[in-house]
Design a protein around this ligand. Sequence first.
Ligand code: FAS
Ligand code: PHB
Length: 391
Amino acid sequence: MRTQVGIIGAGPAGLLLGALLSKAGIDNTIVERQSGEYVLSRIRAGILEQTTVDALISAGVGERLLKEGIPHEHLSLSFAGQLHTIDLPKLTGGKTVTAYGQTEVTKDLMDHRLAAGRQTVYEAKDVSLHDLTTAKPRIRFTKDGTEHEIECDFIAGCDGFHGVSRQSIPKEKLQEFSREYPFGWVGVLADVPPVSPHAVIYGNSPDGFSLCSMRSMTRSRYYVQCPITDKVEDWSDARFWDVLRSRLPAETANAIITGPSIEKSIAPLRSYVSEPMRWGQLFLAGDAAHIVPPTGAKGLNLAASDVSMLAQAFAQHYAEKSNEGIDGYSARALRKIWRVERFSWWLTSLMHRFPDTEGFGQRVQEAELDYLMNSVAAQTTLAENYVGLAG
Ligand code: FAS
Ligand code: PHB
């Protein structure tokens, strides 16, 4: 087989890149190791920046998003028993974020790709990359027991943190930066109305972090900070709802409508960046190159930012015979990535209880929250990062 751009991974990064390349008339094939059903079963992000919404509309998959996505004009922080609400459009010249689950984004992109007759190989086994520093890099995989090979001009590694792409780059060519956080998040999805349908609530309480979000007006998404050693079986629904309520102001806690969890999982929190994002004809995008703690709601949005830049770069190569975009991709993407890594690390540090933070550290955290709630300048910084930085 042959294609212009081979894409590894059919998560949001791979699917959005495929849609953007198809729109630019660039042939592409996606190779995914899981089934489509499995990819859709993963419950992850829920908040889209405007630039992500714009990229999805540009890729031709904005119709359901515009109908069902729920704009959030506010962001709320709760601490010391109080709820503080930040007016996003007022502080950012009219920008907001949109509540629309990653599962829906992935479904829209999958449906669009199927309807366009574009090739996606699901359940591909033993995916490997070859000849990456030549003009004809190759993807090899096994499907239903038969070995296949795809010759490409370029390969986009969109296969997430545990994928094969980053591992195909010689270790000595990579610089890796990481920070592991000493806690995780228990996440619950429940078919109950959201307590706060127009603002995500981030909570900092003496017992730890909590978060109130949603997927629709009848489906809610909640999280609480938990020890990194916890297992999902340690968390009954009853315990989850009690802990969540105990970490929120009374008025909010009393308004929470509980119900049986339809999904419950524990996610570890880490910050990670791998540099550079290119090796020969291999380009990394999304979680394959970086991870942010979900506190800033940035993982999916950063993946969309990478593939928007990469799609532009490939289009410039083929349409204008210019390599300026692909040669500058890694540096341009990393400049944005590090600014988002900084924001995600900062909000995580501000809103969580760290095992070793007491005394002085705790007072500094409280002073920063107090300053944030009494400074328009500080709230503007939070707001412009939350709605998404340009570039
Ligand atoms: P993904 O990991 O989504 O997709 C990579 C794809 O590549 C997968 O389908 C995988 O099966 C495939 N793949 C892997 N190895 C392969 C191989 N060798 N060959 C072929 N295919 C291969 N972000 C937020 O903004 N908010 C959140 O609340 C949030 N919660 C999260 C919870 C969890 C548990 C995790 C893991 C992440 C969460 N994220 C969150 C981040 C998440 O949304 C990612 O940023 C987003 O999925 C990134 O998309 P991709 O880069 O496409 O990677
Ligand atoms: C979510 O809706 O899943 C969500 C919202 C905001 C975050 C993280 C996750 O920061």
